[in-house]
Design a protein around this ligand. Sequence first.
Ligand SMILES: Cc1cc2nc3c(=O)[nH]c(=O)nc-3n(C[C@H](O)[C@H](O)[C@H](O)COP(=O)(O)O)c2cc1C
Length: 321
Amino acid sequence: MDLRDVLGRAVVLAPMAGGPTTPELVLAGADAGALGFLAAAYRTADQVRAEMASLGRVPYGVNVFVPGHPAEPPTAYVERLRSEGFDVAEPTWDDDHWDDKIELLLAEPPPVITFTFGCPDHDVVEALQERSAVGITVTVPEEAALAVAVGASFLCVQGHEAGAHRGTFTNAAVPDARPLPQLLADIRAGTDLPLLAAGGVGTAEDVRALLTAGAIGVQCGTAFLRCPEAGTRQVWKDALAEPRYTETVVTRAFSGRPARGLRNRFIDDHPDAPAAYPEINKATRPLRAAGDPEAMSLWAGTGWRSAEARPVAEVLDRLSS
Ligand SMILES: Cc1cc2nc3c(=O)[nH]c(=O)nc-3n(C[C@H](O)[C@H](O)[C@H](O)COP(=O)(O)O)c2cc1C
């Protein structure tokens, strides 16, 4: 399977785990001629299977997080949160049902699969590639070289401008800060594979610039967060439109992994969270669920000001004009 055969419009709906991506969002994209991704993270294989089945025969992709390794238990950080009065859970590690998800994708192959947070083994990529186009998310040229070496069919090039988690292969990596067009050019210099570009895209001009810089498609997340078809919680949708949020920053405070979101009190108060993902993500789940916009992750990319509360089809038209 070649990504180009199912790409449709140049704008792709990014996978957005943790609520925003719904089958409705992917279907709305498909109805308007755009490829969309289901987010398999934080779900069982059975839940992913049900979402895949609900899409019917439209072209779509499935995104899976590659598990890392258990970190030094972030005991002190979690205790500190507890002592501050936050509701926290145990900072446990798991592989997010990796084997079951690979089994599912082999048994019921979607047209496109992408991986994030690491590089699967060559054998896994090769087996999936018989029936699906397999992409790997990369954030620096060194990761791109590894993804090429395991036989990826295409790369998702994620710039530092992107909303939510950086897709770095290791959690300890210091996130690269070169602008996305430059990153794209640097990765293009080392491979001929098709590239999807992601990060900070809010306007049709941004899209055009990335296509000119060599991407075959542009994967947007934040631009769709406020759409009625997205499952983004209302408090988060509202925050994206509030003037009191004036910038996005990268933080480990909520999840133990670098991620970009609207700067709020919790981020300011916890600048020194350790690198422990998914342990800290598990621990902060109850406090993130409590619904206080100053103490929850309001993930957003640098182009968040352009995100509008309009249907997917209209956002796609605006980004394509
Ligand atoms: C709320 C949210 C959740 C995300 N979840 C995922 C995910 O599950 N898998 C993934 O590969 N990327 C995920 N991303 C990153 C996107 O794939 C993409 O890199 C990013 O949205 C591009 O930047 P933008 O948000 O500025 O458009 C997420 C982004 C957002 C905003």
